[in-house]
Design a protein around this ligand. Structure first.
Ligand code: NAG
Ligand code: NAG
Ligand code: NAG
Length: 250
């Protein structure tokens, strides 16, 4: 009996010590960056950072427009990247009644490329002014976030609302590809098209934007992403365009 009580008390002590140890860690400054923004991109990550805020860390959200559901996240500070011009409503070239496919994404890429310099400056200024320790970057057309983190030698966590970016599966597609999500009942030709032809077509469509972005980065002397990484860093190839890479720390 005494033994059991002792063990119980000891385990409580260990838990308390652990708590003190956790609380004694210095709070970190964390930047969540998303070029496109919006609830569908941000909500899952903001739910995660809410826990970090509760643990005493400072979290800043850097995204386009004014993130309206921020009232849901009272501890979150938002700095805007500028007016939100990327919504279907604001873009006359996108028909919101049609499915969004890779062509619409091409327009986002053009806009992100055209504003890369300004976006990079904003990320860099926030990173310096707020002494950012950790970057959490939406992977979609958000190279500036990843590049600033990389150039300042800070860790990056990538996140995406496109599962296909993280785990391409031959039996699953992405509506962005112009294919059905499940290829289970599709013909052999349809599977062939979705697995091989569509990715090439998309690489061809995105090529000019990517080359332009690489030119701009060259002019700005932005270091390319490192080829080799620490073992805890996983570099994921972007299946849309192989020259775009992002890093996930797990
Ligand atoms: C997807 O599935 C629907 C219904 O199952 C079918 O009509 C359509 O042809 C398929 N392919 C594409 C590219 O949507
Ligand atoms: C494929 O067909 C089978 C049999 O008709 C059906 O049970 C299944 O739900 C279908 N799968 C999809 C993804 O539509
Ligand atoms: C980036 O922007 C800064 C200031 O806005 C400008 O001085 C610089 O020339 C630009 N660089 C490129 C490569 O466009």
């Amino acid at each position: 009996m005494i033994n059991k009580n002792l063990i119980f008390l000891l385990s409580i002590l260990v838990l308390l010590l652990n708590q003190v140890h956790v609380n004694a860690r210095s709070p970190k400054n964390i930047l969540v960056g998303s070029y496109v923004g919006g609830r569908s991109h941000l909500k899952p990550m903001l739910d995660v950072v809410t826990i970090l805020i509760e643990r005493g860390h400072n979290v800043i959200l850097l995204t386009s427009g004014k993130y309206e559901p921020s009232s849901e996240y009272p501890g979150l500070k938002q700095i805007t990247l500028g007016p939100k011009s990327l919504t279907a409503k604001n873009n006359k070239r996108i028909n919101i009644h049609k499915d969004v496919d890779y062509r619409a994404m091409g327009q986002f890429m053009e806009l992100a490329t055209a504003t890369y310099n300004a976006t990079y400056e904003k990320f860099k200024n926030v990173a310096k002014e707020d002494n950012i320790d950790l970057f959490i970057c939406d992977a979609l057309v958000n190279q500036a976030c990843i590049d600033v983190a990389n150039n300042l030698n800070k860790p990056v966590v990538g996140f995406t609302s496109f599962m296909q970016l993280m785990e391409p599966k031959p039996y699953k597609s992405d509506p962005m590809y112009g294919c059905n999500i499940s290829l289970e009942n599709e013909s052999f030709f349809e599977r062939f098209r979705c697995t091989l032809i569509q990715p090439l077509q998309i690489a061809y469509a995105y090529g000019p934007s990517i080359r332009k972005l690489n030119d701009i980065k060259g002019q700005m002397n932005i270091n390319p992403l490192p080829q080799s990484s620490a073992p805890n860093v996983q570099v994921i190839n972007d299946p849309y365009v192989k020259s775009v890479r992002w890093i996930m720390i797990h």
